[in-house]
Design a protein around this ligand. Structure first.
Ligand code: ADP
Length: 228
């Protein structure tokens, strides 16, 4: 699914964010990416989403060498990814339904297809009954569920989550992880950046540890073993 070969990226002479990264992630895997603030986690994720292109090395995602992708193809590539952020990033003036439908409307989907797809993902995250609400009426956990539904509505090959539980309490975070587990069991590859040691340790998934731009640990059924 994803292969990094000797990938390096520096922002400027003083900031080498990633050095010679080599990693392979298979289709269907669930991978935690952990490390201290400034370690290079966001840079790693932004290379996958093509927000950043490395100075050196190749990245192949689903058979495509994305570092050589033409600019015109990038928006289409991004639509094959589902991305979830710490701060939800919902449109406050749109209902739950519209927040998700919006993603489909830009691809020119038909009204009936939109309704069916939005309802399907709302069922998946357990929020069909909140379709007409505005985000401000929902709890943090519910808002994150809407963001997850939105990320899934185009049936992405990959779900990328950057600190998705960073704004949530422990029990809501556990619920979100159960949902991620279900999504992963349905076949979606998941990459999740997190600082949440307890969550990582409770899940027994692959753990990739990054320190100062290097991968210093990569363990199947691993634990959070950095002291950060
Ligand atoms: P993390 O997500 O693990 O906190 P980042 O990938 O954001 O780490 O950052 C990795 C390194 O790159 C850090 O040293 C950070 O200061 C530096 N960095 C990140 N973004 C920029 C930028 N836009 N310009 C210069 N340096 C940056």
């Amino acid at each position: 699914m994803i292969t990094f070969s000797d990938v390096s990226l520096r922002y400027d002479a003083r900031h080498t964010a990633l050095s010679n990264i080599n990693i392979h992630i298979d289709k269907g895997e669930f991978v935690f990416v952990v490390g201290a603030s400034g370690a290079g986690k966001s840079t790693f994720v932004k290379i996958i989403t093509h927000e950043l292109v490395p100075d050196k090395g190749d990245i192949i995602v689903d058979g495509v060498k994305i570092n050589e992708m033409k600019a015109a193809k990038v928006p289409y590539y991004r639509r094959t990814l589902g991305i979830v952020f710490q701060d939800f990033r919902l449109l406050t003036e749109k209902t739950v339904f519209e927040n998700i439908a919006f993603v489909l409307r830009v691809t020119g989907a038909k009204t009936n297809a939109i309704k069916e797809k939005v309802n399907r993902v709302l069922d998946l995250v357990g929020l069909r009954n909140k379709a007409k609400e505005f985000p401000s009426k929902l709890s943090g956990g519910e808002q994150q569920r809407v963001a997850i539904a939105r990320a899934l509505v185009n049936q992405p090959i990959l779900l990328i989550a950057d600190e998705p539980t960073g704004n949530l309490d422990p029990s809501t975070s556990e619920d979100i992880m159960k949902l991620f587990n279900e999504i992963n069991h349905m076949g979606t590859t998941i990459i999740m950046v997190t600082h949440n040691k307890d969550l990582v340790n409770s899940m027994h998934k692959r753990v990739v540890s990054i320190e100062e731009g290097h991968i210093v640990g990569d363990v199947k059924k691993g634990e959070y073993d950095l002291h950060v």
